[in-house]
Design a protein. Structure first.
Ligand SMILES: [Zn+2]
Length: 72
């Protein structure tokens, strides 16, 4: 009696393309090369933004450090 509960819907397992929302097979996240390009472009931009934030953060910490510990 260890059968899983009946599925709520009859739709087979699938996901939706994270770019355009079209249904894709469970192992896929994107429906086409076009969406892959969009996705990778977005990832790249996101990574650059995160890097920029990190640099800003380090610069801020660094200047704070100098502000507090530099002899007057
Ligand atoms: Zn798509």
């Amino acid at each position: 009696m260890s059968q899983p509960k009946e599925r709520r819907t009859r739709i087979p397992d699938h996901r939706h393309c994270i770019i355009c929302g079209r249904p894709v097979p469970p192992k896929e996240e994107l429906c086409s090369d076009e969406c892959r390009n969009v996705y990778e472009g977005r990832l790249k931009r996101e990574r650059r933004t995160r890097l920029l934030l990190l640099i800003l953060y380090i610069a801020l910490l660094g200047s704070l450090f100098f502000f507090f510990f530099l002899p007057r």
